[in-house]
Each structure stands twice: as structure tokens, then as C-alpha cells.
Design a protein around this ligand. Structure first.
Ligand code: SF4
Length: 685
């Protein structure tokens, strides 16, 4: 146990910034208080309101403390032996009856690297690549584009070098002041104080807007036309970096051909932003010494999410703003281990370290370590698994995920999960998804277990246990080891005595982690790639070459794809969604925190005063928000933060579940749902 002056050093369980904190434990299990960890590498002791309230859920009265088994329609308490035997029997029965691809496995970024690594190994030992994680819902399109066009599905740079060297910070579809608070306060704001220009592109005015120099408030789902105006301006005015484009990229002709018949005025009109405002922003970006792009779920969560992010890559490559400090394309990732969950291979198409599952050489090198054959066909993504439930999928093993809240068209998800023959959920609370489970396995929380997490700028950091295990709970790792050993035998590769042993195996199969060890991580963590024990890790990527086949960054022109649903007579508004400062994803933890609940007790919808007046809605009224998939009732917030014709709400609240009404249409390549644009109607209740 590593300690600072007053406690155990660990990492905040919420967002991908990865702030360090110290926990001081009392006598009773779960009795932990936060002390600042003043020399924590990312945040130097500072925490936002969520991080500061994070211990409130550790000893919460709703914590699951016993395994549960469904009997005669109701869940009853069971022993671990009974519950695990039931899980193993059902997994075996489904595999023997339908084959291994009839079961899906959901990993989660709320869970640590070692646990996600073990879950994907379990799935592959079972005989399927049907394993996926919640990145599919947030940044799958970003990861897809960055991997294919640059080489690694991760932030190209680091928060620290962007603060120290960035002259222009281009923030598109992200709201760091609320969603990555310490990144905003410690890095973005500091950069602004040091003279950097901040440009925000977002349909919703939010807390970030208060700190930026320019806000281009575009219509939801029009990021491609806006960026095409930017690219066309740079090309037309000769503001590109011709030497960089010639020496380090390919595809410029494709971009030029795509923009050959481009009508910038019409594009600006589509975006709802004055043409000259976009052109001026383009000039500021192109003329900066170092310009960095930050990209969020406002870009990724569209049916054209891959193309949206490609256009950001186009912008960075065209101007040579990549491969040095203060530049690049930088996704702001949502959860504290969202990067690591992909790094460790909890995805249907890649093995640990992002090596393709259908690459014979990559598969063979992992098989040598694991000692069993890995299926070669990529599996289903999590939305595909949910959609196939009851048809080709009959079993589902969920660790830390909550698809009933997180997936679009959530009422249909409930129906699908009800059609499963067997559902096991492993979590710390009785989630909305666990209500449908046949077996519920109570896991320990972030404050009670150790392991590693990888934050948004690729920093692998150690989390450490600070308090005892409550009730009859077990660590996720211990549960997965037990299930693996019961399923496949003592010598099947699931017999680990703790997270460090699992991490050692992970470093053997994931090249980007080869040089890491718990000892190396120490108090500071290390930013991958770290190929050898002596590697210090990289603050920024692609200094010399890109990790593509020919070492060049890929420029590819893209055209506007309208949202799948446009407004019409019955649903005349466009609904878009985003997260709040006070709450976190499906609300499992944050809505149970008294401090956070007090600050934002319920869901609400932002509606423009003109749209509100048309419907006789006043601020604070309860309204019905409808789409083709269902309806929710929530409070109206009448505000000019959203433009007329659009409405905006949040995904955190189970009793006014936004995903009841979001659209489940997917990006064809990344399979990410279009959460950010759906036709909707609203009226007073
Ligand atoms: Fe936790 Fe993120 Fe807040 Fe830091 S910014 S304290 S990691 S929620």
C-alpha cells in the first residue's frame, strides 16, 4: 500500500482526467475520507465537485452485499458457491446448445485494466470475440479514425504539453469546464491565461463557453460542413503547410476533389453560423504557432462519427499541426479507465495492444502466452449484442456496464434483455440492468481494490485499496478468476493471486505496455507507448512518422451526412444530449451522492424561449419530451443556451431516461449510436 503524508494514493473513479487523491480510512469498512494528494501528477491535489464527493458512495446503504439468484421471478440471496456454479452451468449450457457466439461479454471503463483484460480473455477462452466495452457508446468513432489515419486510437498529445505549448485550442463537441473539470481549470484556462486563443464549436452554450474567445454555435449534426468551410478557406487562401503535407501525408488530392464543387455559403447556412465567423476561426487556427484540436462526444456520437473525426484529422494534417508539443487531435475521454479498456483488448476486433484479431501473427503471439486458440473472426459490438439478444444471442455477462441506461432506444433494450435465457450482472449497486438479471454478483468499489487505470492522455496509473471489503462482496478480478477456473480448469490461465500478476501477463501480450510494471508506474504513472523497460513513455506521438502502413498520416475528404432523423411536422425539434458537471454517465454512483444530487436533483431539458412560448411552456414547468421511440417527463429550462429548433437534455437520470428517446442508428464503421441528433417534440404536461 503506497501512502502519501496522510493517506493512500489512488485515482478518482469518475472522469478520464485521472486526478489523484489520497484516502484516509476509519475503523469501519467503507469509512474513507479524501485528503489532497498535492503532488499528484495530473491535478496537484485539486478535485472537482464529483471527485470531491466520490467517497459518498463507498459505504452507501444501496451497496450490494450478497450474491443474488432469480428464483420464481424474484431475486433472492445466495451463497457465492451457489451463484458461481449457476453462472458456470448456464454459460456451459448456452455454449453447448447454441455455440460460443451465443454469449456476449460487456466490459466497462469503470473497471480496471486487469479486470477488463481478464474478462476479454475469458470471452476468448470461451470461444467468442463477442466482447465489447462502453467506448462503443462514446468514442468508438474517434478510436477508429485515429487508429486508421494516424496509428493509435488515443490522444496524440498530453494535457500538460497542450497547456505549455498550445497557442490555439480548438474545442469541438466537448465541454471540458463541466465534463473534464480539472483539465479545464488546470490546463485549458492556464493556457488561456498564458495567451492561447480558445475556440469552441458546439450547438449548446455551456460553462466552457464562458472561457472561450469564440463560440461557433452550429446546428446539431453539421460539424462536417463547418469543418469543410474551414478546410476550404485554408486551401483557398494558401494557409496549408505544403512541406508537411508533401512529406508526411497522403490523400490531399482526395480532399481537394471532395471540395471541388463545395459551396461554402450554403454550408455555412446549413450550420447556422455566419460564413465569415467560420473563415476567421480557420485563419486563427491555421496561423497559430501550435494549434491543438480537442474532440468530444459531440463529434463522435453521430452516424457520421468516423467522418466527423476524420475532418479534424484533415485539419491537423493540412496545417502540420501534429507531431510536436501543443498540437494534435485529442479526444477528451469520459471515464477514468476508458483508454485502458480498449488498450487491454476488451473489443470484438482487437487483442490487447490494438492488434487485429484477424491478424494470424498477432493472434498466434497471444496464443503462445495464453495457451489456447483464439477465434479469428471479429465479434459483435455491444449494441449489436443487445440487438441480437433473444435471436442469436442467449447469454450475456455484464461487468460494470448498464446498457438499460446507456444504450439508445432503451425500452427496446429492456425488451431484448428480457428475451435472454441468461443474464449475469457484476456491479456495486442494483443497476437498472441488474433488475433484469438472473444472477447478480456484488463487487467491491474503487476504494476497496487495487489495479491500474489509463487516463485520457495515455497515463497508466495505479489505484490502491484504502478500506476493507464490505459485506459478502468480492473483487471483480477474484470473481473472474473463479469463473474462469470453474469453467476451464485449474491450469486454464485464470489462477492469479492479484492484479499485479495479471498486469504482468498483460504487458507480455500488449506491445504498447511491454515496458511497464507496477514498480515503473510508481506514484507518477507512465504515458504509453512504453515498449521497453527503459522507455519513459511519450508526451506526444508521431514526432517522426505515423503508425500507418507507409508512415504517412491519412487525409480523406468527407461530405456532409445529415442526421438520420430530421425535424418534421410531428417531431419538429432536434434533440441533442450531453453530460453535466455534477453527474456521471448512467448515474449509478453520482445520483446516489447526496452532494451531487442536491446540486442537480433531476433531469431537465433546455428549450429556447421562442419554442417555449410557442408551446405555452414556462421555465420550471414539467414537459413531455417525445421521439418516435418513447417519451419522458422532465423539467423545462427555458434558455438561450440552445438555439431555436433544438432541445438539449442529459443522460444521467433513471427516472427521466434520455435514452428512451435517442436514436439507435449506428455509424456504419465504428458502430457508435447517433445520440446527438434525433427528431423530437415537447409539450407541457
Ligand atoms: Fe475526478 Fe475528473 Fe473531477 Fe478529476 S476532473 S476530480 S478525475 S471527475
Amino acid at each position: 500500500m503506497s501512502t502519501d503524508d496522510d493517506g493512500v494514493n489512488t485515482i478518482c473513479p469518475y472522469c478520464g482526467v485521472g486526478c489523484g487523491l489520497s484516502l484516509e480510512s476509519g475503523e469501519a469498512a467503507g469509512d474513507v475520507t479524501i485528503k489532497p494528494w498535492f503532488d499528484a501528477p495530473v491535478n496537484e491535489g485539486a478535485l472537482c465537485v464529483k471527485g470531491g464527493a466520490s467517497t459518498e458512495v463507498v459505504a452507501h446503504e444501496d451497496r450490494l452485499t450478497s450474491p443474488l439468484i432469480r428464483e420464481d421471478g424474484a431475486l433472492r440471496e445466495a451463497t457465492w458457491d451457489e451463484a458461481l456454479e449457476h453462472v458456470v452451468d448456464e454459460l456451459e449450457r448456452i455454449r453447448d446448445t447454441y455455440g460460443p457466439d451465443a454469449t456476449g461479454f460487456f466490459a466497462s471503463s469503470k473497471v480496471m485494466n486487469e479486470e477488463n483484460y481478464l474478462l476479454q480473455k475469458l470471452a476468448r477462452r470461451y470461444g467468442t470475440n463477442n466482447v465489447d466495452n462502453c467506448t462503443r457508446m462514446c468514442h468508438a468513432s474517434t478510436v477508429y479514425t485515429l487508429r486508421n489515419s494516424l496509428g493509435a486510437g488515443a490522444m496524440t498529445n498530453s494535457m500538460a504539453d497542450l497547456r505549455d505549448h498550445g497557442d490555439v485550442l480548438w474545442i469541438q463537441g466537448a465541454n471540458p469546464a463541466e465534463q473534464h473539470v480539472i483539465a479545464h481549470s488546470h490546463y485549458f484556462r492556464q493556457a488561456a491565461r498564458d495567451g492561447a486563443t480558445l475556440i469552441q464549436i458546439d450547438p449548446h452554450a455551456n460553462k466552457t463557453t464562458k472561457d472561450v474567445d469564440r463560440h461557433l454555435q452550429l446546428e446539431p449534426g453539421t460539424d462536417i460542413p463547418l469543418l469543410n468551410v474551414v478546410l476550404e478557406t485554408i486551401l483557398e487562401e494558401g494557409r496549408l503547410d505544403e512541406a508537411f503535407v508533401a512529406e508526411r501525408t497522403r490523400g490531399i488530392d482526395h480532399l481537394k476533389a471532395t471540395l471541388a464543387d463545395f459551396d461554402a455559403e450554403a454550408a455555412a447556412e446549413t450550420c447556422g453560423v455566419p460564413l465569415e465567423d467560420i473563415r476567421e476561426a480557420a485563419r486563427i487556427y491555421a496561423e497559430a504557432g501550435n494549434a491543438a484540436i480537442f474532440t468530444g462526444m459531440g463529434m463522435s456520437q453521430h452516424r457520421c462519427g468516423v467522418d466527423n473525426v476524420q475532418n479534424e484529422v484533415n485539419l491537423a494534417l493540412l496545417t502540420g499541426n501534429i507531431g510536436r508539443p501543443g498540437t494534435g487531435v485529442n479526444p477528451l475521454r469520459g471515464q477514468n479507465n476508458v483508454q485502458g479498456t480498449c488498450d487491454v483488448g476488451a473489443m470484438p476486433n482487437v487483442l490487447p495492444g490494438y492488434r487485429e484479431v484477424d491478424d494470424d501473427e498477432a493472434r498466434s503471439s497471444v496464443e503462445d502466452v495464453w495457451g489456447f486458440e483464439i477465434p479469428s473472426e471479429p465479434g459483435l459490438t455491444n449494441v449489436e449484442i443487445s440487438n441480437a439478444s433473444g435471436d442469436s444471442v442467449h447469454g450475456l455477462y455484464v461487468v460494470g456496464e448498464n446498457p438499460v441506461m446507456s444504450e439508445p432506444d432503451a425500452t427496446e433494450v429492456e425488451t431484448r434483455l428480457s428475451d435472454l435465457e441468461f443474464l449475469v450482472v457484476q456491479d456495486i449497486f442494483m443497476t437498472d440492468t441488474a433488475e433484469f438479471a438472473d444472477v447478480v454478483l456484488p463487487a467491491t468499489s474503487w476504494a476497496e481494490r487495487g489495479g491500474t487505470v489509463t487516463n485520457t492522455d495515455r497515463r497508466v496509473q495505479l489505484m490502491r485499496p484504502a478500506t476493507d471489503v464490505p459485506g459478502n462482496t468480492r473483487h471483480d478480478l477474484e470473481i473472474l478468476c473463479e469463473v474462469g477456473t470453474r469453467l476451464f480448469g485449474d491450469a486454464a490461465g485464470f489462477d492469479f493471486d492479484g492484479p499485479e500478476a495479471v498486469f504482468e501477463e498483460l504487458t507480455a501480450v500488449a506491445p504498447i505496455y511491454h515496458g511497464l510494471s507496477y514498480e515503473r508506474l510508481g506514484r507518477e504513472g507512465v504515458q504509453w507507448p512504453c515498449y521497453e523497460p527503459g522507455d519513459e513513455g511519450d508526451q506526444y506521438l508521431y514526432a517522426e512518422t505515423f503508425d500507418t502502413n507507409d508512415g504517412r498520416g491519412v487525409i480523406r475528404g468527407v461530405r456532409h451526412t445529415e442526421p438520420a432523423e430530421g425535424p418534421d411536422e410531428e417531431y419538429p425539434l432536434v434533440l441533442t444530449t450531453a453530460r453535466l458537471e455534477e453527474h456521471y454517465n448512467t448515474g449509478t454512483m453520482s445520483t446516489r451522492s447526496p452532494t451531487l444530487r442536491r446540486r442537480t436533483p433531476e433531469n431537465f431539458v433546455d428549450i429556447h424561449p421562442e419554442d417555449a412560448a410557442d408551446r405555452g411552456i414556462e421555465d420550471g414547468d414539467y414537459v413531455r419530451l417525445r421521439s418516435r421511440r418513447g417519451e419522458i417527463v422532465l423539467k423545462a429550462s427555458v434558455t438561450e443556451d440552445i438555439k431555436a429548433g433544438s432541445v438539449w437534455t442529459t443522460p444521467h437520470f433513471s427516472d427521466a431516461r434520455a435514452n428512451t428517446i435517442t436514436n439507435d442508428v449506428l455509424d456504419p464503421l465504428a458502430k457508435i449510436p447517433e445520440y446527438k441528433a434525433a427528431a423530437a417534440a415537447v409539450e407541457r404536461v
